[in-house]
Design a protein around this ligand. Structure first.
Ligand code: BGC
Length: 938
């Protein structure tokens, strides 16, 4: 956790000097900064032809109420032209607008490979001009099929005969092939760009140096429909004279038996219908004389099918025989005339698309906190943190020594590695030494979920310095910070961050260790607000929304997990609904209407399909696996905990989800100006509410099942009329008391429970649940030493031991959705529905529980929102920061407005502050951008 915290602090420090390197003194006291294109910093090879641009306004002084009244964007085809103010691709002129994001490029038509340099300046509300921003950049990828002259190549096709025995041999894992292609360059290189992808996973080198730092590229999509390619700037890797491009290709998600719910060693190739790994590389080199040389995969590439990586599988692990590494094979000098030649394959039917989200990278390195030897020759390194990735190990062993590394999340009582919960995911790497000193082994085409590594085969105990844990994750940018006076809650927040990063491998996974690691949609949707609070998830979720669309079936069912595989689970209530909820979150948090437009037809097909099958509006048909409020209290196995009473009956649960999705769909239609659709789905949502009421709610407000979950969801989703809300709330409080202030909610309802309590004036009850150390609770896990969030409240119970190993991950983010509560109610930072993208927002901290102080921030698309409060005998202070060009409603807990100061002045007289009303024990102020120090006699 400390390392992640440090990473966050570092980001804050690096971005804290807005005017560094800018010569012109700003006239308006504001500078457009943090320029982004499609949510990314200087992205290469994008394929959106009207990419969206954004910036934030950085203020240099203490001025309050900074807003933008107009902007001017220049986009040029070279840096020189941009500096000369040419804007030859787009000179927007001054556009009167307060928008700083979601601004679509509006210049000349962009073509494949276009280099786009851009800058922006703004006028503030007093018409003062800012300096130009620093220059930013994006480049276009290969937009059309014809742009690719490269051919798909592989080693040799594997032919399945239909004979079970023969085919099972063919399906066995085969070594990773090595490819190389030599080429000569007669002149110095001006610019070189490499486009690549694979069916499988690849790593490339140019003259022995890595091309990019991506891990497991091209990552996971449904390869039958969409394959992502990556673009790399390789200008610095080429030489005048002889060069060589080399590649290693492994199975990855394309061939590995991911998510098939079958033995991974026998079901390989089943998901996407092929066992043939394939590679596509197009290297385009511009020399000083303006000529273009292309080096592309084709039948002339040399291939060594029998490489050192003997097998590599995401679940099983990687086996390497270092003696098989052909000496010097990554250098241009090698004579490869005796190598076999690559097989050329027809291009797959799927679309080639640019990868626009952050790549998976090694984002952190950890050293073990200890190495033990539970039995002779068996060493266990404790990484101190449940992490995802792989280990590198430095060894000096005799030739032929086999060293193995087995990974697990927990130890058993005897201090041995606990692996039962991994099911069939062996997570074991092995390495055969070649006898050299200080050999470094690090697998490249697998990943593991682990805190402990069991190392066997070494002749002596490894030094801590010889082991490094490489944490692998989609490289998303930190957005949130949180700290408070309760160290257990700080640990919980850190665990939530870790669990998120551990489960972002190009897609949001349910867990990273057992033979699953799928994009289960309920998990992702309930956690999505927390995910966004923690990290910038805009590009990541935009990509995943595409995976969801790809996995929708012809009739309109959404999948239960995306990307899709050969096994189809569809339309489970709460899971399928992520197809609507995820785009909605992108809209709420980033003001993104494009993703709504992209998803609308698909979202409508889903709702229409559920309606078609359930004309009575009670969702009981076409429910797929109907998991319900997953892992609710009824699944907890422990003495002193009720065995029933936790699970909301599925028809009621499903109908709540139907109502929620339909209501959001109506809202989306309204935002997209589809007035008829908005009216239709709005009215349908209303009818679903009525049907829910008729069928499941009694006059006294009791909801069928009488569960915490039922009340929390119905209240949280706004499905009850005002006349019943108070009654239902009373029942919710009663059911919490019945459980002696313990949680009985499942994956889907826990965050609704917490939010509902806070917004109905019962934050004290929510705090009681959050701060409880008594089982089951978040802090019970912390007290057991958890470093990530567990799948089950009772994953491990003192005196009882582990839960059923068939389903017991210690790295599952769903109940970590309480992170949303920590930002939204402890710090009090909340988006406002009809003012998306944090143009307007609320700061309404729930001061309470046992907390003396809390502070943190959310880096919104408009800049940092800071909330920091503390209480003492003399009163309360609340310091807030409102980014330029935004407005906040700040709730300062107080008996009356007269008791509230801002700085030394009565708050109602302070600059930038306007008193609006008293509400829920707080004075509510409308606050313009700037920094404020409120205090009250609270
Ligand atoms: C996953 C869950 C998922 C579920 C479907 C489990 O095995 O780990 O988190 O949502 O299956 O019920």
């Amino acid at each position: 956790m400390n390392t992640i915290r440090r990473a966050l602090v570092l980001v804050a420090v690096c971005s804290s000097s807005p005017f560094a390197g800018v010569n012109t003194e700003p006239k308006s006291g504001v500078l457009p900064a943090e320029l982004r294109c499609e949510y990314r910093v200087n992205p290469l090879g994008i394929d959106r032809t009207a990419p969206r641009l954004s910036w934030i306004l950085q203020a240099s002084g203490d001025e309050r109420g900074i807003t933008q009244s107009a902007y001017e964007i220049h986009v040029s085809s070279s840096r020189q032209k941009l500096d000369a103010d040419e804007g030859d691709l787009w000179n927007s002129g001054f556009i009167h607008s307060d928008r700083t994001n979601q601004i679509s490029y509006g210049g000349k038509t962009l073509v494949s490979r276009e280099q786009c340099y851009w800058k922006v300046r703004i006028r503030d509300r007093r018409n003062r001009l800012s300096p130009w921003s620093r220059a930013a950049f994006w480049s276009m990828g290969l937009l059309h099929g014809e742009d690719w002259s490269a051919r798909w190549i592989g080693d040799r096709p594997i032919v399945l005969t239909g004979d079970r025995q023969q085919d099972s041999v063919a399906r066995l894992m085969t070594p990773s092939p090595l490819f190389r292609k030599k080429f000569l360059l007669g002149r110095a290189v001006a610019r070189a760009t490499l486009y690549a992808t694979a069916l499988g996973v690849y790593e490339l080198r140019l003259n022995g140096k890595p091309v990019g730092d991506h891990v497991l590229a091209p990552e996971w999509t449904d390869y039958r429909r969409r394959i992502q390619y990556q673009t790399y700037d390789v200008t610095g890797l080429l030489n005048t004279g002889a060069n060589v491009v080399t590649a290693v290709l492994a199975d990855g998600w394309f061939i590995g038996a991911v998510g098939t719910f079958a033995d991974p060693s026998s079901n390989r190739g089943a998901n996407y219908g092929s066992l043939d790994r394939r590679l596509l590389v197009q290297l385009e080199i511009e020399t000083g004389d303006g000529r273009i040389t292309r080096v592309t995969t084709d039948g002339s590439w040399a291939v060594e099918p029998d490489g050192p990586i003997r097998s590599a599988d995401l679940y099983l692990g990687e086996r390497v025989d270092s003696r098989k590494e052909p000496s010097g094979w990554e250098a241009a000098a090698l004579d490869d005339s005796r190598w076999a030649r690559a097989t050329v394959y027809p291009a797959p039917a799927a679309r080639l698309v640019a990868q626009m989200n952050e790549p998976v990278r090694v984002i952190l390195k950890l050293k073990p906190s200890a190495v033990t030897e539970p039995s002779p020759g068996v060493f266990i390194a404790d990484m101190g943190q449940n992490m995802v990735g792989r280990c590198s190990l430095r060894i000096s062993e005799a030739e032929g020594t086999v060293v193995s590394l087995r990974h697990g999340e927990m130890l058993d009582e005897g201090g041995n590695l606990y692996t039962a919960n991994l099911r069939s995911a062996a997570q074991t790497d092995s390495f055969i030494a070649d006898g050299k000193q200080d050999q470094v082994f690090e697998p490249r085409f697998t990943y593991h979920g682990f805190r402990y590594v069991e190392i066997r085969g070494l002749s002596r105990k490894p030094q801590i310095s010889s082991i490094t844990g490489k944490v692998v994750s989609s490289d998303v940018t930190p957005a949130g910070e949180f700290a408070c006076s309760d160290s257990s809650l700080n640990r919980l927040w850190g665990n939530i961050l870790w669990t998120q990063l551990d489960n972002l491998i190009g897609i949001p996974t349910d867990c990273p260790q057992r033979d699953e690691r799928l994009g289960w949609m309920a998990d992702a949707q309930v956690f999505s607000q927390t995910a966004i609070d923690n990290y910038d998830m805009a590009a990541f979720f935009t990509k995943w929304a595409g995976d969801i669309r790809d996995a929708q079936d012809e009739e309109g069912r959404y999948p239960d997990f995306a990307p899709g595989t050969s096994v189809r689970f569809t339309n489970a209530p709460g899971w399928a609904d992520a197809g609507i909820i995820i785009p909605w979150r992108l809209y709420q948090n980033y003001g993104d209407t494009s993703v709504l437009a992209e998803q609308f037809a698909s979202a409508r097909r889903f709702v229409d399909f559920v309606l078609l099958r359930n004309p009575d509006l009670i969702w009981t048909r076409a429910v797929g696996n109907s998991y319900g409020d997953w892992l609710n209290g009824n699944t907890i196995v422990a003495a002193d905990y009720p065995k029933s009473g936790g699970e909301i009956p599925k028809p009621a649960f499903n109908t709540l989800m139907f109502g929620l999705s339909t209501r959001i769909l109506g809202a989306i239609a309204g935002i997209l100006h589809r007035d008829d659709d908005a009216a239709y789905y709005g009215a349908l949502a209303q009818r679903i509410d009525e049907a829910f009421l008729r069928t499941f709610v009694k006059e006294d407000g009791r909801i069928e099942g009488d569960t915490q979950a039922g009340y929390a969801l119905a209240l949280g989703y706004g499905m009850l009329p005002d006349s019943l809300r108070g009654k239902a709330l009373g029942h919710l409080l009663r059911r919490i008391a019945d459980y002696d202030y313990r949680i009985s909610t499942g994956f889907l309802s826990t965050i609704q429970l917490m939010n509902t309590l806070a917004v109905t004036g019962h934050a004290d009850v929510a705090y009681r649940l959050l701060e409880s150390h008594r089982f089951p609770s978040w802090l019970y896990q912390i007290d057991q030493g958890a470093t990530t969030v567990w799948e089950r409240w009772d994953g491990f119970v003192r005196g009882r031991g582990f839960q059923n190993a068939d389903m017991n991950s210690f790295n599952h983010y769903a109940i970590g959705s309480v992170g949303e509560w920590m930002y939204g109610h402890i710090l009090g930072i909340q988006p406002v529905n009809d003012k998306p993208g944090f143009r307007e927002f609320i700061i309404c901290p729930s001061v309470g529980g046992g907390l003396a102080w809390a502070r943190g921030k959310y880096h919104s698309i408009n800049g940092d929102i800071v909330s920091s409060w503390s209480v003492s005998g003399t009163g309360l202070t609340l310091n807030v920061e409102v980014p330029s060009n935004t407005v906040a409603e700040v709730y300062v807990p107080a008996k009356s407005v007269a008791t509230v100061l801002e700085g030394a002045l009565p708050a109602r007289n302070a600059k930038g502050v306007k008193f609006v009303r008293m509400e829920r024990g707080a004075a509510v102020f409308r606050v313009a951008s700037g920094k404020y120090a409120f205090s009250s006699g609270y």
